[in-house]
Design a protein around this ligand. Structure first.
Ligand code: SF4
Ligand code: SF4
Length: 456
């Protein structure tokens, strides 16, 4: 890769040339303590991604986003789509957390925990080092031979297999391992639509990791785009100590010898000496590389380091400012409110809707009946023996057509509910009916609906 001069880095993305063509970035594999730390964190994160849907807490998966059944299991707590208030709260807390975290720690997420970086840098890039060699001495610089063609072919086969595995890791998060295993066991012809879907997603991942690569971070990801408004001069980021490094060059007085090794390892190809840039994912590769250069020339380490612009200017780090306090206060209030909401959640969630198109039936000379569809979700960890009783008007009678009254933990009961009322208690064309859902003698929920009858 040709190095950018300082005057062109603001004119166009680093991986695009003057004619608008893509320039491939061949980053050298970094080595050093930050790379070791990042490798450990990355493999812990990948382990979590792989095993979270398998781990059970009180019978519920640690993580599951079962969109088809509108059921989400977050750290073993099952949340249904009906818990819309709770879901909105979780989303609000997540957004505020991301904003607060970014204000304080910059793009730490991008380099250390984002699945795109985890898989690209720690999985696909390593496969590439294996088949292609490392950076400028690798085989792509050599003449194309039969061996090189075989190696390239083998690399792309491994890329494709890895993409299929990654697709299945993510499918586990959405349909659960039991369902996925069932689908895998079935012959393809019995589930060819699912197979095409899975293979299509795998091809998409293959294209991302084999060809599109770092452009996800530098051109598409909206989180990267938000950095301009979220970061300030006190945000922590991977940063070049310009006070210490300048003027650079071997004959100058600054510590930077302008060796460009920090660019050679950068997965997005940028020169961090130009200051914080949208393309920097805070991966720390340049810190390690510059530290090894400093060691060789007997200069102090950390010419590139985690710091803030104001920290470099003033010589002392500062991560706490008014914005941090304000975001922390909002986050704290939201977390408390969320904890209270979860602990006070109703044990069951009932929905009663009139059977479409039905009005009322006359059972005998004094009794009228209405038909409803009843749905009860048991949100607790125990089975429940339920009883439905009409609380108001007291003389009313109700009956489930399925006769079912046992509701399994996290299960759903769906049935037709028949409500019978005496003509005397009807208050006109529409009468309000209050239904109580009981477990034993304990009233779990009261639900009101309208009972249609003849005009009196
Ligand atoms: S690796 Fe360090 S010394 Fe070399 S150019 Fe980068 S900042 Fe300067
Ligand atoms: S500038 Fe440094 S921290 Fe930023 S992406 Fe490049 S190598 Fe990683």
């Amino acid at each position: 890769m040709e190095l950018e001069t300082p005057s062109t880095f603001r004119d166009r993305p680093i991986n695009i040339d003057e004619s608008g063509q893509r320039k491939w970035i061949y980053a050298r594999q970094p080595h050093g303590k930050w790379y070791t730390r990042r490798t450990i964190v990355a493999w812990l994160a990948i382990t979590f991604l792989v095993f979270a849907p398998f781990i059970k807490i009180s019978g519920n998966p640690l993580m599951l986003f079962d969109i088809a059944n509108r059921k989400f299991s977050i750290f073993g707590q099952v949340i249904w789509a009906q818990d819309s208030f709770l879901l909105a709260m979780i989303m609000a807390v997540t957004v505020v957390f991301i904003v607060l975290f970014t204000v304080v720690y910059g793009r730490l997420w991008c380099g250390w925990a984002c699945p795109q970086t985890l898989f690209l840098e720690m999985v696909f890039r390593r496969i590439e080092y294996l088949f292609d060699g490392n950076y400028r001495n690798f085989r792509r610089k050599q003449k194309i031979t039969f061996r090189i063609i075989i190696l390239r072919f083998a690399k792309h086969i491994v890329f494709l297999i890895t993409s299929v595995l990654i697709t299945n890791i993510f499918l586990n998060w959405f349909i659960g391992p039991e369902r996925l295993y069932e689908i895998i066991k079935q012959p393809i012809k019995e589930n060819y639509l699912g197979f095409i879907f899975m293979f299509g997603i795998s091809l998409f991942y293959y294209w991302i990791y084999a060809f599109f690569r770092e452009q996800v971070c530098t051109m598409i990801c909206p989180y990267g785009r938000m950095q301009g408004v979220l970061l300030d001069s006190r945000s922590i980021a991977v940063i070049y100590d310009f006070k210490r490094g300048e003027p650079r060059g071997s004959k100058n007085t600054g510590d930077c010898i302008n060796c460009q090794q920090c660019i050679a390892v950068c997965p997005t190809g940028i020169d961090i000496k130009n200051g914080s840039q949208l393309e920097c994912i805070n991966c720390t590769a340049c810190i390690d590389e510059c530290n090894s250069v400093m060691e060789k020339i007997n200069k102090p380490q950390n010419l590139i380091r985690f710091d803030s612009v104001s920290g470099i200017e003033s010589g002392k780090r500062s991560i706490l400012n008014m914005r941090t306090y304000a975001y922390s206060a909002v986050l704290f209030v939201l977390i408390i409110a969320m904890a209270i909401t979860i602990s006070n959640r109703k044990p069951i969630e009932t929905t009663i809707l009139r059977v479409p198109g039905s009005i009322y039936q006359q059972v005998d000379s004094v009794t009228f009946s209405n038909l409803y569809i009843i749905k009860i979700i048991n949100k607790t960890q125990s089975d429940k023996e339920l009883r439905i009783k009409i609380l108001n008007p007291e003389s009313g009678k109700s009956q489930l057509t399925t006769g079912q009254s046992t509701l399994k933990s996290q299960g759903v009961l769906e049935s037709i509910l028949i409500v019978n009322l005496n003509r005397q208690v009807l208050t006109g064309k529409s009468t309000v009916v209050e239904l109580g859902i009981f477990e034993g003698e304990t009233l779990l929920e009261v639900y009101s609906t309208n009972f249609l009858g003849p005009m009196n």
